[in-house]
Design a protein around this ligand. Structure first.
Ligand code: GDP
Ligand code: IMO
Ligand code: MG
Length: 430
């Protein structure tokens, strides 16, 4: 039974890594189903802090089988760097499974990502530069290289040739770069073939069998709802399905397998990279959130843009993902504010919008309509029950719950594993 999907409800970095870790001891499999090493998940266990990019956060939980699903794009060099780095710290990585159908980020994807961003200039997306978009573009364009292809040099060579054909025209004629050769690419990719071979499997079969046998499978999203290729703030999005539907296509299970969908949401909002962000703060309050929340990217180190909680986005995320539960994180960071504003609707050119406008121009014009909540001053990082929270913090949480229409099942009050207020069980049948 339980198939549990866990997604980000905002623009990423909500604390998905910590939430996954929280469930770690109770799940049998943790599946990454989208994205690649553009993600950056922080997990704090005792005095140890781990930053994971390509690997599912569940790899840190003893007994869990970590799975990289078919919806992921895999940079092989990064895969082994990350595996070696956490193995060196004593983590058992031997159970990792990688879908044979997962696409590979080849060196030319990184090159294309960087030159495209430079070429876009003012219109750039602010990508992580990891080759994510170009790898997914090749997948959709049907010129991608998949894990299985690594094990047949002839096929690999033919596919690399096909993929490089157009790209070299682009690189040389438009971007004024040197051409990338088939030989250097094939040689680079083959370096990893023998090492990755034992990990590669038909992970759809494995996961469906596990669910049949009553195992608990957690599907952990990278990125988040507002960065989803279909439902995010296009074109300022990542190139994969980061919403709950992606868990199904990105791992080869049916939608009837999913029992619950957990949305992880911060008590305020952050965003990295370009694109619209209605509640963004440009003043000392934004600086306060960035400093006290440690809002700097785990992957690129970029300062994150910070703003108030946006209930329109929370409602949108609840709808798009069919959320059953919310995990509210970083409530502790809001301590010490006189008033805490929450965006309850948008004003778009004089018209009130209670729902997220999916018209790009309308969203660019959206001005937040705020409701003010009374703040609290007490240190809440030691609270372990809802009743221990100051009454104004309780009111804030209850209001967010009501506005999103989704129950808040846990509240984060610090980065450590035990800094959490459990409210409802997060693993439950539908
Ligand atoms: P992810 O990408 O969604 O996994 O999130 P990140 O790891 O990029 O960013 C979340 C950051 O917040 C990490 O540094 C976490 O250690 C930290 N964190 C998670 N939950 C809490 C919380 O409840 N309170 C505080 N203060 N920090 C938290
Ligand atoms: P986690 O999993 C926050 C953003 C980038 C950029 C856009 C496209 O840690 O929440 P890409 O390299 O994916 O083509 O960049 O998406 N982005 C993230 N922002 N958290 C992430 O992951 C992100 N992954 C990508 O900053 O704006
Ligand atoms: Mg992150």
């Amino acid at each position: 039974m339980p198939g549990v999907v866990l997604v980000g409800a905002q623009w990423g970095d909500e604390g998905k890594g910590k939430a996954t870790d929280l469930l770690g001891s109770r799940v049998d499999y943790v599946v990454k189903f989208n994205g690649g090493n553009n993600a950056g998940h922080t997990v704090v266990i005792g005095n140890e802090k781990y930053a994971l990019h390509l690997l599912p956060s569940g790899i840190l939980s003893p007994g869990v089988i970590p799975v990289i699903g078919n919806g992921v794009v895999v940079d092989l060099e990064v895969l082994f760097q990350e595996l070696d780095a956490i193995s060196a710290r004593g983590v058992d990585t031997s159970r990792l499974l990688v879908s044979g159908s997962a696409h590979i980020i080849a060196p030319y994807h990184r090159t294309v990502d960087k030159v495209t961003e430079r070429f876009l200039g003012k219109r750039r997306i602010g990508t992580t530069g990891r080759g994510i978009g170009p790898a997914y573009a090749d997948k959709i364009n049907r010129v991608g290289i998949r894990m299985w292809d690594l094990f047949d040099e002839k096929i690999l060579r033919a596919k690399v040739e096909g993929a490089l054909d157009q790209k070299n025209h682009l690189l040389v004629k438009i971007y004024n770069r040197r051409a990338i050769t088939v030989d250097e690419t094939v040689e680079e990719l083959l370096k990893y073939a023998d090492r990755v071979r034992p990990m590669v499997a038909d992970t759809s079969v494995e996961l469906n069998k596990a669910l049949d046998a009553g195992r608990t499978v957690l599907f952990e999203a990278g990125q988040a709802t507002m960065l989803d290729i279909d439902h995010g703030t296009y074109p300022f999005v990542t190139s994969s399905s980061a919403t709950a539907g992606g868990a199904v296509t990105g791992s080869g299970i049916g939608p009837t397998r999913v029992d619950s969908v957990i949305g992880v949401i911060k008590a305020y909002t952050t965003r990295v990279g370009e694109g619209p962000f209605p509640t963004e703060l440009f003043d000392d309050k934004g600086e306060f959130l960035r400093k006290s929340g440690g809002e700097y990217g785990v992957t690129t180190g970029r300062p994150r843009r910070c703003g108030w909680y946006d209930a329109v986005i929370a409602r949108y995320a609840a709808r798009i993902n069919g959320l059953t539960d919310l995990v509210l994180t970083k409530l502790d960071i809001l301590t010490g504010m006189e008033k805490v504003p929450v965006c309850v609707a948008y004003d778009v050119d004089g018209v009130r919008h209670d729902e997220m406008p999916t018209d790009q121009t309308a969203f660019h014009h959206a001005k937040p309509i705020y409701e003010q909540f009374d703040g609290w001053w007490e240190d809440i990082s030691h609270a372990r029950t809802f009743e221990e929270l100051p009454v104004n913090a309780q009111r804030y949480v209850r209001a967010l719950e009501e506005m999103s229409g989704t129950r808040i099942s846990a509240i984060g009050v610090g980065p450590a594993r035990d800094q959490i207020i459990p409210i409802h069980d997060l693993i439950h049948p539908r």
